[in-house]
Design a protein around this ligand. Structure first.
Ligand SMILES: CC(C)(COP(=O)(O)OP(=O)(O)OC[C@H]1O[C@@H](n2cnc3c(N)ncnc32)[C@H](O[C@H]2O[C@H](COP(=O)(O)OP(=O)(O)OP(=O)(O)O)[C@@H](O)[C@H]2O)[C@@H]1O)[C@@H](O)C(=O)NCCC(=O)NCCS
Ligand code: ADE
Length: 286
């Protein structure tokens, strides 16, 4: 489903959380369906993952609709604050439980719940017609408050952050999602040049991958996997991008290299989904 096609037109003010949730779920589904993505789950299969397929991602996305609606409801009429940060974190953690229930225990979208959840909350605060950059700045301001109830258990991302000296998903959020905005810029520039939606979205993914400190890559393949992914994405862009034969050849070569390393750019996939959501919010929302 295209994120831009999944919203309801003409809803009243009380239905906006449902509308925002539809846009978020649509963005996750559009990212999952996009094919071919290097190392990631797509229509061709599981990529570097042993535990998930396209259907797993789609079931996970659908199960998160109430979470995104709840995040939007909690944020409406609020401003970024410690209390809001903690209220959103509670709803986000319930969303993680819903994701694990829908996937039989597989981590499909923990990073996406965090990123798209903050963006949905910020969009609810900013109101209709807000620009992507303003939504991201507000999302960053929320993320700047500490999650006081965060469990002590160190997740893969936190371990990778400590080991490799990067800031990961939390740093990206606190900085106002610069890589989601970079993906959005590439998506729109590609469209303006006449690229298909598939090529434009792949170019968005490459823009995110080219610069992101993706802890999924670091956790699975160390610095080498991160370097291969970043340089490979830059090579796709330098070859002309996904709308060109040379760019697609470079993208398929990158896919082979990531599969050989059993590495997957899950964080960049989330930034593409965030960009698709921002695209649906900024300029098209009624
Ligand atoms: C703040 C949290 C996101 C926790 O973060 P932390 O870094 O401590 O832990 P992880 O959950 O391990 O990693 C974060 C996930 O974020 C994505 N990501 C990675 N790098 C970046 C980046 N630089 N910028 C943005 N996002 C990034 C990535 O998510 C995707 O990959 C996951 C699938 O990967 P996979 O390797 O298959 O799965 P794993 O289980 O990690 O490994 P295996 O055991 O299978 O080998 C999938 O989640 C994708 O979405 C990282 O994984 C957050 O959890 C948190 O605190 N939540 C509380 C709720 C909350 O605060 N919500 C706020 C309001 S919504
Ligand atoms: N397409 C995808 N493949 C693997 N992990 C992901 N996390 C979010 N989207 C993903």
């Amino acid at each position: 489903m295209d994120a831009r096609e999944s919203g309801h037109d003409g809803e009243d003010g009380g239905a906006r959380p449902a509308h925002l949730a539809d846009l978020a779920v649509g963005a996750l589904a559009a990212e999952a369906e996009l094919t071919p993505k290097p190392g990631l789950v797509d229509r061709r299969g599981a990529g570097s993952h042993a535990d998930m397929e396209l259907d797993t991602l789609l079931a996970s996305a659908a199960a998160l609709r109430p979470t995104f609606a709840g995040l939007a409801r909690a944020a409406e009429g609020q401003r970024p604050s410690q209390a809001l940060r903690e209220a959103l974190a509670r709803i986000g953690r319930d969303g993680e439980a819903a994701m694990f229930a829908a996937t039989g225990g597989v981590n499909t979208h923990r990073g996406a719940i965090f990123a798209l959840g903050l963006i949905v909350a910020a969009a609810a605060i900013e109101g209709r017609g807000a620009k992507a950059a303003d939504i991201c700045a507000t999302a960053g301001a929320i993320a700047g408050f500490r999650d006081g109830a965060a469990p002590d258990a160190a997740l893969n991302g936190a371990v990778a952050c400590r080991t490799y000296g990067v800031t990961g998903a939390r740093g990206e959020a606190a900085a106002g999602f610069p890589h989601a905005l970079a993906a959005l810029g590439a998506l729109r520039a590609s469209r303006a040049r006449g690229a298909t939606e598939t090529a434009a979205s792949l170019n968005g993914l490459m823009a995110a991958m080219a610069g992101l400190d993706d802890t999924c890559l670091l956790h699975r393949g160390g610095r080498r996997a991160l370097r291969v992914a970043r340089l490979g994405a830059r090579a796709v862009i330098a070859a002309g991008g996904a709308a060109t034969d040379d760019g697609m050849a470079a993208l398929r070569a990158l896919d082979r290299r990531l599969l050989a390393l059993n590495a997957s750019p899950g964080g960049a996939a989330d930034m593409l989904a965030a960009a698709l959501l921002l695209d649906a919010l900024d300029g098209r929302e009624v």
